[in-house]
Design a binder for this molecule. Structure first.
Ligand code: CAA
Length: 256
């Protein structure tokens, strides 16, 4: 049983919801451990096709838990490699959509960014306010934000600590889809169900190919993509997907 994460299964989609409303879903060690354990277990379920990660109407998450960190010393933080657990969440291979209402600040913004894409409500607010606490982002914000919105805007947000509203986040490229607040979760679940309906291998390799673009040169990335494209011709899903197109019917993907 998890306390800080609730799980709801909607067909081939799992909705994981942060459950610390009084602390605006501040991300503490217990919450992170519960999230990673739950998501890792579900990741092994062959019938699961996509995660939706969400909070509540006031906050996706207002950051890492400041009260938990406040008294820590440098050796404690370094020895424990504090926040490294989030790399385990990032490494989970089932796609993840962040469904964001309210505040996504500090670690909240970073966890939204380590999902594959973000669907946000019009009143969502994003930012990396760590500078105001005498620290810097610690769950990848300095790297992922600059890749998503460009170096200049990332510097602005990280050095001033200001919040960015959902319109700005959409035009900057941090938010993929902007919808009315009360449509965020249903839009995210519908997108997740659509992803989950496709060939599991094609989805997996599409993600890996896009993620490669952050890591390697254009030439190597294109070669990787082409080799993966070739390898998908070893799947039954490729045969079924193309056959169904020719026969003008909906494909039935088996994940094989
Ligand atoms: N950690 C711990 N507790 C938090 C929290 C956080 N990040 N954010 C909010 N809370 C708690 C508040 O302490 C408060 O608790 P009490 O009721 O016990 O006092 C409760 O949640 C509600 O918060 P507020 O009363 O502050 O709510 P508000 O509506 O007035 O303000 C807010 C909302 C602007 C988001 C404000 O809560 C805020 O500024 N929060 C901190 C944001 C922040 O600095 N995030 C970065 C954290 S550091 C980090 O994330 C490092 C990293 O890179 C991973």
């Amino acid at each position: 049983m998890t306390e800080m994460i609730t799980v709801e299964r909607v067909g081939r989609v799992a909705v994981l919801k942060f459950n610390r409303p009084k602390q605006l879903n501040a991300l503490n060690a217990q919450l992170a451990a519960e999230l990673v354990e739950t998501a890792s277990t579900l990741d092994r379920d062959r019938d699961l096709g996509c995660f939706v990660l969400t909070g509540n109407e006031k906050a996706f998450a207002a950051g890492a838990d400041i009260a938990e960190m406040q008294e820590r010393t440098y050796p404690e933080m370094a020895d424990e490699d504090y926040f490294s657990i989030w790399e385990e969440f990032s490494a989970i291979r089932t796609p993840k959509i962040a469904a964001v209402n309210g505040f996504a600040l500090g670690g909240g913004c970073e966890v939204a960014m380590l999902c594959d894409f973000v669907i946000a409500g019009r009143s969502a607010k994003f930012g990396q306010p760590e500078i105001k606490l005498g620290v810097i982002p610690g769950i990848g914000g300095s790297q992922r934000l600059s890749r998503l919105v460009g170096r200049g805007l990332a510097m602005d947000l990280i050095l001033t600590g200001r919040m960015m509203d959902a319109e700005e986040a959409k035009s900057a490229g941090l938010v993929a889809r902007l919808v009315d607040d009360d449509k965020v979760l249903e839009t995210a679940i519908a997108a997740a169900a659509q992803i989950a309906s496709y060939s599991k291998s094609a989805v997996r390799w599409a993600r890996e190919a896009v993620n490669r673009s952050d890591e390697v040169t254009l030439r190597e990335g294109i070669l990787f993509e082409r080799r993966v494209f070739h390898s998908l011709f070893a799947t039954q899903d490729q045969k079924e997907g193309m056959q169904a197109f020719i026969e003008k019917r909906t494909p039935k993907f088996s994940g094989k």
